[in-house]
Design a protein around this ligand. Structure first.
Ligand code: FPP
Length: 249
């Protein structure tokens, strides 16, 4: 599909509106080179920077990155410390780029589980960018799809208990309203790097009709050409959402 500019000219092909990414393979990238795993995470930050800027440049409306899962707390303390430090540094260093590109940064997950110094920088960047009208960059932090559903059910049960919600009135939209970010649109494209063919507890409610793209490339090597290949593959997909005819996206 191509986009038409205001002057009627046909421009660049339209990208998926909401891109979600499982950034996997940092450890393998490092191990394959005889390096410490944390160096893979460090180089992975450069991919985060490049892919975020590229998605904003291509006018995607949302980018959601699986940066730290609820399961990742099981990793060695030293690796968690490095990841949290990288995240904190990213949130500080990237403010000018975020503002320049009019990106609005937000987060989903059990944010209170994160170290206070990370939460502080996260809230600062969120507040600073809150009025930006460009792409929404969502970081999934201490995030799990099942945890998100369990947290939603807990909050719904409280509403029912307080008499504010009729159980018979609960439908799919009610559940969505109680997710971490009800504004988060269903992803059009879910990219997973490093080859595993699974969802790993990411956005379980939201990916029902998402197109999945898995590449063997590890996250630290996933840059603009790899993103272009994923978008090109997406363009060839026929999306039917359970119906019989292609639905324009
Ligand atoms: C998977 O690689 C990646 C992670 C667990 C974390 C991803 C985090 C970053 C790219 C850096 C921080 C993010 C932001 C947004 C600043 P892995 O360690 O599971 O790799 P492996 O499967 O090869 O071991």
């Amino acid at each position: 599909m191509t986009s038409r500019a205001k002057d009627g000219s046909v421009g660049a092909p339209k990208p998926p509106a909401h891109v979600a990414i499982i950034m996997d393979g940092n450890g393998r990238w490092a191990q394959q080179r005889g390096l410490a795993r944390v160096l893979g995470h460090r180089r992975g930050i450069e991919s985060v920077r490049r892919i975020t800027t590229e998605c904003a440049r291509l006018h995607c409306s949302s980018l959601t990155l699986y940066a730290f899962s609820v399961e990742n707390w099981k990793r060695p303390k030293t690796e968690i410390r490095v990841l949290m430090n990288l995240l904190r540094k990213f949130l500080i260093d990237e403010r000018p780029t975020i503002m320049e590109n009019r990106i609005r940064l937000t987060s989903i997950g059990r944010i209170d589980d994160l170290p206070i110094e990370v939460v502080r920088e996260l809230r600062k960047t969120e507040q600073m960018s809150a009025r930006n009208d460009g792409m929404v960059l969502r970081l999934a932090l201490s995030y799990g799809g099942r945890a998100e559903l369990a947290d939603a059910v807990k909050r719904i049960a409280r509403e029912v208990e307080a008499g504010r919600l009729d159980p018979d009135a609960i439908d799919e939209e009610t559940i969505r309203a109680f997710l971490y970010d009800p504004e988060l649109p269903d992803p059009d494209l879910l990219i997973r790097t490093a080859g595993e063919m699974r969802f790993s507890n990411f956005l379980l409610w939201q990916v029902s009709y998402t197109e999945l793209y898995v590449t063997q490339v590890c996250w630290p090597d996933f840059r603009e050409p790899e993103l272009a290949a994923a978008f090109e593959d997406y363009r060839r997909r026929v999306r039917k959402f359970g119906g019989l005819t292609k639905v324009a996206t």
